[in-house]
Design a protein around this ligand. Structure first.
Ligand SMILES: Nc1ncnc2c1ncn2[C@@H]1O[C@H](COP(=O)(O)OP(=O)(O)OP(=O)(O)O)[C@@H](O)[C@H]1O
Ligand SMILES: [Mg+2]
Length: 583
């Protein structure tokens, strides 16, 4: 990728380092030069003032003695100093007595107060010569600044040379590091661009273990991770797509306003709309409004319900493009993407299931009706049989008994053999009558018709208790139990009969509790024993329990059997009380 020179990190790095370096070194040189100049000036000033002081002190005696020759000799020794330009001693009348060096050729210059303020190249200084407060003369000296300026110039040249060397080295180092660094950063940038374009096969070199190398290692890791996640994402998207496309259920996603964002092909087949018609349309158009009387909150034809009811499965009525309606099972889920809710619904056509349910319901109803009818026929047949037994066999037995009685009475004294036979007939017919009577009671307990359910059950329990004296049987009743209706009465009676028979046959119990209660709108019967119990999941071959259940279901009631092996059996019956229909 080409980068303009102005935006190039390499160029900017080098330029900024060079500019900073030049500015900083210039400041350093400038500041150093000031210090060097001041140091030279101070040194010159100290030298000049100490020489002036020394000469002024020493010259006073020579001036008093007017020994100018010794003074000159003394001053000549001193005047050897390289920087001294001129030296002049004047007497008190300002007449020069000793003059050394090159005097200024123009007017006598002003006295200078410090070397850096000198403009004519010579530092002019003077001092009065006094002895005991008496003015004896004056010393005037001039120091050339040439040596000092030369030293300052040479220091400047040295500083500039050092600065230039440093700048050059800095530029070279910056260029080297900059080129090296930016070349590797460039590799990283190129790799990032390729990843952005979807090429996850890139890898940047990581051999140098510096910060850029570590960044490159982290980058390679990141690319591998992104590549793996992208692959997983693509796979899962492909799986979801194939599920959506092959699903026979409609799938739709929509926003918080109920506007459809996507649909699967099944949606078009279910509702008859094209994909273009569905996208952007409102979800509410897919369902029929609920008919009056239903809960308004369930009206999925309003958009609000599509976004409020989530996470549950509902049965609703779909409406096709042609206006026809069909039953649907609707499941709504939602997820938040960037804080915006996104809804997804699955719509399952349950027309066939509904039809099957309807047929099943009808079959069940028919079945119940048949059971009810067959039980009624059975009871009627039993009643008829009991009546026949009573009317026909009962009459005959009574007649046989009466005849046997007469034969017995008349033959008692005449023929003892006949009397014995007649007595035997009498006994047999009496036993037969008892048997027939018991059969009649079982076929149709007359007490049920004569005295009602409670008395019939009490009699049944009493007879059962007499047959099984080892088992303690209690019978508790509560509530209004008269007038439950013949169908309910006979069903409860038969259930008690069968339960007691089962307990005697199978339970091995020592205790039996019967509880019959009438509540407001139901009659409840509980029969519990403490016998060996049974496994209710094990299918049995008997008909007793099945018959009980059929009787109760024919009355729209429920029969529950609770049992665990070793812990007895309890049977709970609940029969809703409705107006009795004739048997
Ligand atoms: N109170 C009970 N205690 C223990 N087991 C019981 C009890 N009642 C029923 N069972 C078990 O349940 C099975 C089914 O009982 P069910 O009355 O339907 O048939 P059955 O009594 O074996 O035969 P049927 O009643 O047709 O003469 C019985 O075979 C028995 O094993
Ligand atoms: Mg049984």
């Amino acid at each position: 990728m080409l980068v303009s020179p102005l935006r190039s990190l390499r160029v900017r790095l080098i330029v900024s380092v060079v500019v900073i370096e030049i500015v900083m070194l210039s400041l350093l040189v400038w500041s150093n030069m000031g210090v060097i100049r001041q140091a030279h000036a101070d040194r010159l000033w100290d030298t000049a003032t100490s020489m002036l002081e020394q000469i002024a002190t020493t010259s006073g005696g020579h001036l008093i003695e007017v020994d100018y020759a010794t003074l000159e000799e003394y001053l000549r020794n001193i005047a050897d100093h390289d920087e001294l330009s001129y030296l002049m001693v004047l007497d008190r009348d300002d007449r020069p007595v000793v003059t050394l060096g090159e005097l200024p050729d123009v007017n006598w210059p002003e006295k200078d107060s410090q070397p850096l303020e000198v403009t004519d190249g010579v530092l002019d200084i003077s001092r009065d010569i006094r002895i005991g407060g008496q003015l004896m003369g004056q010393v005037r000296m001039g120091f050339s600044l040439e040596l000092m300026n030369r030293a300052i110039d040479s220091a400047r040249v040295r500083s500039i040379a050092i600065a230039a060397t440093e700048i050059t080295l800095t530029i070279l180092a910056t260029v080297f590091i900059g080129v090296h660094l930016t070349r590797r950063l460039g590799l990283l940038a190129n790799a990032a661009q390729r990843v952005g374009a979807g090429d996850y096969e890139v890898a940047v070199p990581t051999e140098v273990r510096d910060e850029v190398g570590m960044t490159a290692t982290a980058f390679n890791h990141m690319v591998a991770e992104v590549s793996q996640r992208t692959r997983h994402l693509e796979e899962s998207l492909a799986r979801e797509r194939v599920i959506e496309e092959t699903s026979i259920d409609g799938m739709v996603t929509y926003d918080a306003d109920g506007r459809i964002l996507s649909v699967n092909p099944a949606m078009q087949q279910l509702f008859g709309y094209s994909e273009r018609e569905l996208l952007g349309a409102k979800t509410s158009m897919l369902l029929a409004p609920v008919s009056a009387g239903k809960d308004a909150g369930e009206d999925f034809s309003s958009s609000a319900c599509w976004t409020q009811t989530t996470g549950t499965q509902r049965e609703v009525t779909g409406r096709r493009k042609d206006g026809s309606c069909f039953p649907l099972e609707l499941y709504i889920g939602h997820v938040a993407i960037n804080d915006e809710p996104l809804f997804a619904a699955t719509l399952h056509d349950i027309t066939e299931r509904k039809q099957a349910e309807h047929e099943c319901h009808n079959l069940l109803e028919g079945n119940r009706f048949l059971i009810h009818k067959s039980l009624a026929v059975q009871e009627e047949e039993r009643r008829h049989l009991a009546r026949e037994l009573h009317d026909e066999l009962g009459q005959c037995m009574t007649a046989i008994q009466a005849d046997a009685e007469i034969i017995h009475e008349q033959s008692k004294r005449k023929d003892t053999k006949v009397a014995t036979s007649a007595e035997a007939i009498l006994n047999v017919s009496s036993r037969m009558y008892d048997v027939v009577h018991t059969m009649m009671q079982r076929l149709r307990p007359s007490v049920l018709d004569d005295l009602g359910l409670v008395a019939a059950l009490e009699e049944e329990v009493e007879a059962w208790q007499a047959r099984h004296p080892d088992i303690d049987c209690s019978f508790v009743k509560s509530g209004e139990l008269m007038g439950l209706g013949e169908r309910v009465n006979i069903s409860l009676y038969r259930i008690v009969q069968e339960s007691l028979t089962n307990i005697a046959k199978h339970a091995g119990a020592t205790q039996v509790k019967l509880n019959l209660a009438s509540r407001q709108q139901a009659v409840l019967l509980d029969i519990e024993d403490n016998g060996r119990g049974m496994d209710i999941n094990k299918p049995g071959r008997g008909l007793g329990l099945i018959g009980m259940r059929e009787r109760i279901e024919a009355l729209d009631g429920t029969l529950t059997v609770n049992a665990t092996p070793g812990r007895g059996v309890s049977i709970h019956v609940n029969i809703p009380l409705v107006l009795e229909t004739p048997v």
